[in-house]
Design a protein around this ligand. Sequence first.
Ligand code: IPM
Ligand code: MG
Length: 370
Amino acid sequence: MASRKLLLLPGDGIGPEAMAEVKKLIAVMNDKFGAGFETEEGLAGGCAYDAHGQAISEADMAKALAADAVLFGAVGGPKWDSVPYEVRPEAGLLRLRKEMQLFANLRPAICYPALAASSSLKQDVIEGLDILIVRELTGGVYFGEPKEIIDLGNGQKRGIDTQIYDTFEIERISGVAFELARTRKNHVTSMEKRNVMKSGVLWNEVVTQTHKAKYSDVKLDHMLADAGGMQLVRWPKQFDVIVTDNLFGDMLSDIAAMLTGSIGMLPSASLGAPDARTGSRKALYEPVHGSAPDIAGKGIANPIAMIASFAMCLRYSFNMVAEADRLEAAIASVLDEGYRTKDIMSEGCIEIGTTMMGDKLVEKFQSLLA
Ligand code: IPM
Ligand code: MG
């Protein structure tokens, strides 16, 4: 069987702790199920800056481009607060997204039944929640030029970021959202700020045209992104697939994270376009949470978002659908049994640390096969 090449970039803070739990799973899948994963490891973020003064080295960038999939932990932390902007830890992640052309970021927010009580929202608001945020990831204000701080010479400075979207970028991300909606509840809500932004006017137009031309079987709604944020916490179950730009997607997906109980629960997949010849896509999988420097090294981080990101990797990069289903079922089942990391702890449950949670999931993953 063909080997499956994975590049692991654990990064900073709790990234390596969470990644260690995925490594256990990979080892079991190789040893017991002949999955044939070949892993390499690299540095991205603050750790890469410490090692070579760059947020990701050329060599690791080349490995990422050559891998079938990249698993990414988290980057950043106060240690690197004063490094130059160009080499700050986040620059490593942004470079990976840009150079691998990972324009489609899928962020599913699923509320596991066992966690319905641990969100800050009322149980009936989030129980059974299953939404998918499709965030544009290689355009918008994250990458638009000019992007600079200029000195106005009068004691004032001016900070500039540029929000830019071209037709093709909006077409392809909305295409991904419509396609995915067809496999779900067939409903897309597009979010922008057309009331104040020209890019929002174009976004709205192009999504509408794309819908009309190719996806008129899918239900389409438009919402202003601020109202969308409000609706997400008011009654999130009204949504199925949300499609939005890079910056709004960043914010809305953090909001969605809290609907699932904790930001420690949200996985994500960042995908490129399918290769014209092989059909395979470049892909990077990462938890939505950050490096959480305040709890790094304490052994209490929740590895579930990282492990669920690996499940997405099995599903989208290797078409290992049964294994992905089983891994997701293992997560639900371990939660059902009452095991919790600190961030999702509630009364009557059993608090465990990162490695124990990883062990429980690996064990459950294997037993679900028996
Ligand atoms: C995310 C993160 C990143 C982003 C940061 C780390 C650059 O917040 O993936 O949501 O803003 O995209
Ligand atoms: Mg974010």
